[in-house]
Write a protein that binds this ligand. Sequence first.
Ligand SMILES: *[C@@H]1O[C@H](CO)[C@@H](O)[C@H](O)[C@H]1NC(C)=O
Ligand SMILES: *[C@@H]1O[C@H](CO)[C@@H](O)[C@H](O)[C@H]1NC(C)=O
Ligand SMILES: *[C@@H]1O[C@H](CO)[C@@H](O)[C@H](O)[C@H]1NC(C)=O
Length: 362
Amino acid sequence: MDRAALLALSRLCALWAALLALFPCGAQGNWMWLGIASFGVPEKLGCANLPLNSRQKELCKRKPYLLPSISEGARLGIQECRSQFRYERWNCLVAAAAPPDTSPLFGYELSSGTKETAFIYAVMAAGLVHSVTRSCSAGNMTECSCDTTLQNGGSASEGWHWGGCSDDVQYGMWFSRKFLDFPIRNTTGKDSKVLSAMNLHNNEAGRQAVAKLMSLDCRCHGVSGSCAVKTCWKTMSSFEKIGRLLKDKYENSVQISDKIKKKMHRREKDQRKIPIHKDDLLYINKSPNYCVEDKKLGIPGTQGRECNRTSEGADGCNLLCCGRGYNTHVVRHVERCECKFIWCCYVRCRRCESMTDVHTCK
Ligand SMILES: *[C@@H]1O[C@H](CO)[C@@H](O)[C@H](O)[C@H]1NC(C)=O
Ligand SMILES: *[C@@H]1O[C@H](CO)[C@@H](O)[C@H](O)[C@H]1NC(C)=O
Ligand SMILES: *[C@@H]1O[C@H](CO)[C@@H](O)[C@H](O)[C@H]1NC(C)=O
């Protein structure tokens, strides 16, 4: 390993240690794996040296060929979380615990039991399903491949038949469960039991989102594109689409009671009769407003965030800056412009300057 990689590793280890001290709760073993996304080629380090809990290490040793997919799954989930929340007060980045760009940890949000915790767990579990399934379809795995149940048959009368490679999410879902679902019986304390039940539910909700958004792709055959015969296969949606569905679930997430009963139920007494669906996102605690910095919780606050002066939405200066107002800076852009092709053969451009206003929260 080169010096830079070693340095990055030792920094990361210090970060884990700091976080472990901050969040000594039962769920801790469950999120360390996200750090895998920070290692370029995790296979090189080997299962024992990766930030995994004992169960995950065991699984990793038995199936080391899955490491690239685990790493890709973490990367997908983290990237999608940041993308879905880029304009919100909570933007899926925790500055105090994780310097942006180097380490994708969520800190407080992993154990706060809020809607944000729910989203993180769901999107990460979904990311793992997506990347493992991709790898199966690519023929990279011996244990899984395309969905073989969809290789024959179809409907002759409707003019199509199954063909190509249908994504088989079953293996990906099985692996995501095996890798992430930390058994509740292993957690201690009332709070962490409810939190574990919530996390398990949200993991599954994430996986269900991948399964729900499976779609049908077809290709036409026949004389000059007449589409007399079609070959169709099932395919997973883009992860962006899955992220959007989960964001929607986040916005409509359900608050559950923190009392332990046989089953989880809604917190609102007059809504107890409404069933909880397996694809709902659940949370226990109300979220902080994320407006001001809280070093202890690792909440960076919105000071200094760029906002949009004319937007009425979450990215608007009014909402994003929590009513504190904003500063305006003029930013100068220099670019090549009015480029002309000169015969023969080069391009001559002018240098154009433009000024734009950039607003940042006070
Ligand atoms: C499949 O394996 C090849 C070669 O190892 C790799 O380049 C490719 O990214 C893998 N594809 C997926 C989807 O895992
Ligand atoms: C969970 O608890 C069981 C028995 O108490 C133990 O054997 C097992 O190693 C524990 N698993 C983890 C991941 O801590
Ligand atoms: C700001 O918001 C307005 C209204 O939503 C939108 O039209 C505009 O493109 C946004 N500007 C930037 C820089 O995102």
